[in-house]
Design a protein around this ligand. Sequence first.
Ligand code: NAP
Length: 349
Amino acid sequence: MSRVKVAVLGATGSVGQRFIQLLDNHPYFEVTHLCASENSAGKTYGDVMKSRWKISSDIPAYAKNIVITTPDPSKTSGAALAFSGLDASIAGEVESAYANAGIHIISNSKNHRMDPKVPLLSAEVNASHLEVLDSQTTKGKIITNSNCTIMGVTITLKPLFDRFGIESVMLFSMQAISGAGYPGVPSMDILGNVVPHIGGEEEKAEIEPLKCLGRVENGKIVHADFPISAHCNRVPVFDGHTVCVSVKFKQKPSREEVLSAWKNFSGEPQSLALPSAPNPAILYREEEDRPQPRLDLNTGNGMTTVVGRLRPDPILDWKYVVLSHNTIRGAAGAALLNAELLYKKNFLG
Ligand code: NAP
């Protein structure tokens, strides 16, 4: 079966590089076009990325000789789908232009996330939300990922929300510097330091899980209805967002019930055996000092959500720690999993 031709928009950024790595020899998708800003356009990907490639494996051979263009649907003809890792200042407009031109968009940017017609898709959590794509009138459809900080949190909440109901959530993040893109946070601001503010992050962390955990009624997503309070911090870690979470439940589960809900959690990516589906989706570590970014980040090729330190919370009911890889599970890997789901369910035509 021939592979679907795809473009990567924002191919030179932190998320774009992950796309390039994860799409190397992909069974469903073939990268034919790479796009970035005017600064990179007209040069080969290999030339532009010589000093900008930040992943420990080499730049895949397939990408090196592709000449970068600016993101314009007329310059990416032949591609049926575009993965977007574009800067948010431009993503909204460009992604809409692609959808209008009949090219599907799988986006990591915030711009379309809260549009009621756009699924905020986390493939294990809310594959049923693909139903709302029918309400998009463009030939190309837009699908987004959630914010990288709450990706792992939402995955851990999903089986608990379904079984026990949730009254409220508090979360405290320790977010890696790669989450700010490249070159990102100046080294003099972050080395040996903690920055207790990330613009717009807490607002996203307090609303996006509610859309992901929502249900579809009459073709519309009805958000889950509980308050989330988020504190978001930047810490001097290269990759991997760690989040401390406290949850108050409608029906308080036992420790064994929480652990069993996580252990048995899987979704359509696992049942369809999608190439990027992690197995397990959630891994609980019994050690008292895990998860840690340095030790646990690459669990399941960076796609498994790693949890630990489940213990009683004296104010809410239970508290725990979640780690997820921000540029893989929180961005490019999740977007690729979403695209694999669309492919397998014949949404790509
Ligand atoms: P980044 O490293 O700053 O990369 C931004 C990309 O956008 C680069 O390829 C850049 O091209 C391109 N770009 C910027 N301005 C442009 C313009 N005017 N026209 C065309 N292309 C333009 O950012 P990132 O961290 O990869 O994040 C990309 C998106 O994903 C953002 O919306 C971010 O919020 C979201 N996100 C990031 C993460 C993460 O962990 N980093 C996780 C989830 C979601 P040049 O190199 O040519 O400038």
